[in-house]
Design a protein around this ligand. Structure first.
Ligand code: FEO
Length: 172
């Protein structure tokens, strides 16, 4: 049984994970428009991953006899200055997600809710990977600056990211 405050905070995080997917889909659309299909593909793969994260919260709330209550998702931005600007924005967003996961962990500890603490540990580890993968691409873009050939190569590299839509359904 979840403490009502914990249940509400988990629902809030479910919303944030959906919003993250929505944000990365907006970034995919920006890259499509820019003529960078590899970047767009990478962002679509990230969108699927974020929806998978959301479904983990969905499943966990139900498993703990809580109630999933979906909330309004704000519209993400649609314009950025450059690919570097997109990844700087996304990296900052992931840092915000990490901070929210940490706050959830603090709440779980306050209520001595060990099951939630254990569930959240997966996200603590995942956030280390999430921040690192965005930062690695941001670093490359900072090196590339305005070199179109290097950008083309990076676009090809990002096109290789696996996109596994089954990820979503294995969480429900
Ligand atoms: Fe679900 Fe990228 O944090």
């Amino acid at each position: 049984m979840l403490h009502p405050e914990m249940e509400s905070a988990l629902n809030e995080q479910l919303k944030w994970e959906v919003y993250s997917g929505y944000l990365y889909l907006a970034m995919a659309a920006y890259f499509e428009d820019l003529g960078l299909p590899g970047f767009a593909h990478w962002m679509k793969a990230q969108t699927a991953e974020e929806f998978m994260h959301a479904m983990k919260f969905y499943k966990f709330i139900f498993e703990r006899d809580g109630r999933v209550v979906l909330q309004e998702i704000p519209a993400p931005p649609k314009e950025w200055q450059s690919p570097e600007d997109v990844f700087a924005y996304a990296y900052k967003h992931e840092q915000e997600v990490t901070s929210r996961i940490n706050k959830l962990m603090t709440l779980a500890r306050k209520f001595e809710d060990y099951a939630t603490e254990n569930f959240l540990q997966w996200f603590v580890d995942e956030q280390v990977e999430e921040e690192a993968s965005f930062k690695a691409i941001l670093n490359k873009l900072r090196l590339i600056k305005n070199d179109p050939q290097a950008l083309f190569y990076l676009d090809n590299e990002l096109a290789q990211r696996p996109l596994d839509l089954n990820l979503l359904m294995t969480q429900v």
